[in-house]
Design a protein around this ligand. Structure first.
Ligand SMILES: *[C@@H]1O[C@H](CO)[C@@H](O)[C@H](O)[C@H]1NC(C)=O
Ligand SMILES: *[C@@H]1O[C@H](CO)[C@@H](O)[C@H](O)[C@H]1NC(C)=O
Length: 325
């Protein structure tokens, strides 16, 4: 079936003598969709699968991680400024994999909106046609620059055939280049599959009868915990993870010798953040956390630990995070 479909898409593109003409219209994914994806963080050797439902008019979205082990429900119309529920297994000193519900209320300044699992294509430009796993795709590109960070985002799409022109996403990729360090120091990819332009309304019903508690401190981290995919599909050069670097430096009294070191340390910190949160979403029986090693490189860490990842229990208790979600 998939081969057939891929063949058909190819045929459609090939039959059109001027595919670039079509490509002038920025792809749109519509106001409602279901899609699966796999997030790859090549620099941390992490792959994470998710499944997402988006319903803009219903003002709601849901994203599950790791085959539904972790579920996030966002409701824009609930309470005054919307609400997020996250249902996740939690392991603490007294309980293993206990299913808990966490709640984040929107505020006037930060209202909760349904979370898209696909990037907003505002500002993207058509770059080229390219084969991706035997499917001829349009590639759309956007470049952002903030400080020394130059990010290039690319999205591979095909078009659905028939009424309307809903696009079908295949891959989204971010490549970061640091102009001060002159290095390609950031990259991640989301591979999409199973896109369909509809959802069922019962997927948006969170489990009943759970008592939901507040997300743990620090406050700055709550957005990342409550809505993990936001930083990845956004094309804003300053992510929530970047905003945690200031509080981190303060907490561990960091003073770096040069702008260059600062950029390097921030970059390691971002990778640590992503690694830690991704590992914790995997529902491991122990948790990894952000501690005072978060701004070190892999090579530095390997020298310090002999290459072993240390579970929190064995770390100095004062450095252990309060976060296990
Ligand atoms: C979603 O809910 C918010 C808050 O109630 C509201 O301001 C917004 O207009 C709603 N959006 C839609 C598309 O209904
Ligand atoms: C979120 O809103 C609910 C319902 O209004 C309220 O019971 C709860 O205390 C609020 N949580 C926080 C952290 O403000």
């Amino acid at each position: 079936m998939w081969r057939l479909l891929a063949g058909f898409v190819l045929l459609v593109c090939a039959a059109d003598a001027t595919p670039v003409l079509d490509a002038k219209f920025v792809p749109e994914f519509g106001k409602m969709y279901h899609v699966k994806g796999e997030l790859s963080l090549p620099l941390s050797e992490i792959k994470e699968s998710f499944e997402a439902w988006f319903d803009l008019e219903g003002n709601r979205s849901r994203i599950d991680y790791h085959k539904g082990t972790v579920r996030t429900f966002l409701f824009g119309s609930a309470l005054d400024y919307g609400v997020i529920y996250k249902i996740t297994p939690v392991t603490t000193e007294t309980e293993i994999q206990a299913i808990k519900c966490f709640q984040l209320n929107g505020t006037k300044e930060d209202p909760i909106r349904p979370q898209a699992a696909l990037p907003d294509l505002q500002g993207f430009e058509f770059e080229k046609m390219e084969n991706l796993a035997d499917v001829l795709c349009e590639v759309w590109k956007k470049v952002t620059q903030a400080g020394h960070k130059k990010n290039t985002y690319r999205l591979w799409v095909t078009r659905s055939v028939g009424k309307g022109s809903t696009a079908i996403p295949h891959r989204f990729e971010m490549e970061g280049y640091n102009t001060l360090l002159e290095s390609h120091n950031d990259k991640y990819t989301i591979d999409y599959s199973d896109f369909s332009p509809q959802t069922e309304s019962d997927v948006f019903i969170p489990p009943l009868g759970m008592t939901c508690i507040e997300f743990p401190d620090p406050v700055e981290e709550r957005q990342i915990l409550a809505n993990p995919i936001q930083d990845y599909v956004s094309t804003s050069p300053v992510s929530h993870a970047h905003r945690l670097f200031g509080p981190f430096k303060e907490k561990f009294s960091r003073q770096y010798e040069s702008d260059k070191e600062q950029e390097e340390r921030e970059n390691y910190f971002i990778h640590s953040q992503r690694f830690v949160h991704s590992r914790n979403r995997a529902g491991l029986t122990y948790s990894v956390g952000i501690n005072h090693f978060a701004d070190r490189s892999k090579a530095e860490l390997a020298r310090m630990t002999g290459g072993l990842l240390i579970p929190d229990k064995e770390r100095d208790a004062t450095d252990s995070p309060q976060t296990f979600i």
